[in-house]
Design a protein around this ligand. Structure first.
Ligand code: FAD
Length: 484
């Protein structure tokens, strides 16, 4: 009997665990370790953040689902990986610390034959002084953050109803952030809600981000086919912002927040500030801080993990200038090069480099988006890793499933406001996610599959996806035929 241990029950880890168990059946064991007892459909947190959904609409308890599937669940956070075992055993194991199930604070060693690290990001609010819900800004990265953001949003609404003007600042809270898409959805939803309430004239909405141009989204922007012509993402995004009277600040590294004021520096080296009554700024992401130890207890964290804390996999991590980047640098199997039974999927794997061009300010500060690993790639990679491990358990010598982001398309439906008839979403497809200028010299992507449209039908798709992915994650009948 083989044992597969999955760290993290987010989009990637949960998908991996479900597919691994479905294929392995009762002959082998699948264990999920995750600190939160609940699963969260994170994309719908945007709607929690504007009061259009309740936290209960975007979460459910994991343990009953795992009981149904025959997966063991440990409500705990992983602390360290010991890929060679220790002096007592040659078996790899992880050390975990319980956060629930009545064992809070207790440590345990969980042995594995195969380990999948799907721990997602650490929300690194500490990188910017004053950033985060404990300080002066809101977040929608978790359902509880989103709920808190909505409480502050409702306070702002009450003030506007009394005639006060409110200044909203939405975007990224550091020069090295990713996840601009989530902030984009949030500013559009705020705009939509305020228009529906007849309060839009009482609000000033400002976007701030580390993108070189609007529409970069951490994927180096894109050229899109739209209504029969080709345009670039900058024009697409700027026209959406202009239509909605949203101001924008780009090329900005927010370096300090005080009550009601965000300080930032620009690529040109200028120090500026912007005042706000309500701010939602996405934090930079880092790895969750797992340590790794060799058999004799030597700290091997830096061998296994990149400096940003994400696990190294089969990518080409050789430092090279932007001009030398290749689609082939990107990982395909997500297997660690040293320990062949160790994999990482979703946000937890270390990308070889950014996708957007790295830019440094005149003062030497990095101001560019880091690469996103959105829900669709995270799910696809989780499934591919699980299926490779299943084949390896059944005798394959190496991973059998490939899922390179340079050979993978992605669809992103970015909400621009909720409502059956008045709602809208920008539906963006791209192929591949990582531009490949060798295969597609003109735009880096296949222009026939890289598209963007905004409209009410997009909202219907977004709403359907919400229900479909919750259905799948709850392992309801035929869950496995729903694509990632
Ligand atoms: C507000 C918001 C909106 C978004 N909207 C979209 C969208 O519309 N479309 C889209 O494609 N993507 C969207 N994304 C991105 C998407 O949510 C991520 O790509 C996806 O969640 C990544 O999956 P993951 O499994 O890698 O990480 P996560 O989903 O973050 O899961 C990580 C898991 O690891 C657990 N964990 C953390 N630390 C440990 C530890 N030490 N040990 C064990 N487990 C641990 C966590 O509790 C969690 O269960 C959005 C993101 C945000 C923040």
């Amino acid at each position: 009997m083989a044992r597969v241990v999955v760290l993290g029950a987010g989009i990637s880890g949960h998908t991996a665990a479900m597919f691994a168990k479905r294929k392995l059946g009762s002959h082998h064991e699948v264990i999920v370790v995750s600190p939160n007892s609940k699963w969260n459909w994170i994309p719908s947190n945007i709607w929690v953040g504007v009061g259009q959904m309740r936290p209960e609409d975007v979460i459910f308890e994991l343990e009953p689902v795992y009981d149904k599937l025959g997966i063991s669940f440990k409500q705990a956070k992983a602390i360290s990986i010991h890929p060679e075992g220790d002096t007592n055993s040659n078996n790899g194991f992880v050390t975990i610390e319980y956060t629930g199930q009545g064992k809070e604070g207790q440590n345990e060693q969980v042995a594995y034959d195969y380990l999948i690290n799907a721990t997602g990001p650490k929300l690194n609010f500490a990188a910017t002084e004053g950033l985060g819900p404990d300080k002066f800004t809101q977040s929608v990265c978790t359902y509880s953050h989103a709920q808190e953001a909505n409480e502050h949003f409702q306070v702002a609404i009450e003030k506007m109803k009394k005639g006060e003007t409110q200044r909203f600042l939405i975007g990224t809270g550091h020069g090295m952030c990713t996840c601009q898409g989530a902030a984009f959805e949030y500013i559009f939803n705020i705009d939509h809600e305020l228009r529906a309430l007849g309060l839009r004239d009482k609000a000033e909405l400002t976007w701030i981000s580390n993108e070189y141009e609007l529409g970069d989204f951490g994927v180096g922007g894109m050229h899109i086919k739209r209504g029969g012509y080709i345009t670039n993402g900058k024009i697409f995004a700027e026209s959406l912002f202009t239509e909605r009277e949203l101001h924008w600040i780009t090329r900005a590294h927010v370096n300090k927040i005080e009550k009601g004021i965000a300080h930032y520096e620009t690529l040109e080296g200028e120090d500026k500030s912007v005042e706000f009554d309500f701010a939602m700024l996405i934090p930079p992401f880092a790895g969750v801080g797992l340590k790794a130890f060799g058999k004799d207890g030597t700290d091997i964290t830096s061998q296994l993990f990149a400096a940003n804390g994400f696990l190294k996999v089969d990518a080409d991590y050789t430092a090279k200038p932007f001009e030398k980047w290749s689609a082939n640098d990107w990982p395909k199997t997500y297997q660690n090069p040293i320990y062949k039974n160790l994999f990482a999927c979703g946000i937890a794997f270390a990308p070889p480099h950014a996708i957007s061009k790295p830019l440094v300010s005149t003062k030497g500060v990095n101001i560019f988006p880091t690469p996103p690993r959105t829900g669709m790639p995270s799910g696809i990679i989780g499934k591919a890793v699980a299926l490779s491990i299943v084949d390896m358990i059944n005798g394959a010598n190496e991973p059998t499933h490939l899922a390179s982001m340079a050979h993978m398309g992605a669809a992103c439906v970015a909400s621009a406001g909720k409502g059956l008839f008045g709602g809208a979403a920008a539906s963006i497809t791209m192929y591949p996610v990582v531009p490949d200028y060798e295969t597609y010299p003109e735009y880096g992507r296949d222009i026939n599959y890289t598209t963007g449209e905004i409209g009410t039908a997009g909202h219907w798709i977004k709403e359907i996806l919400h229900h479909m992915f919750l259905y799948k994650a709850k392992a309801k009948p035929f869950w496995f035929i729903i694509p990632e």
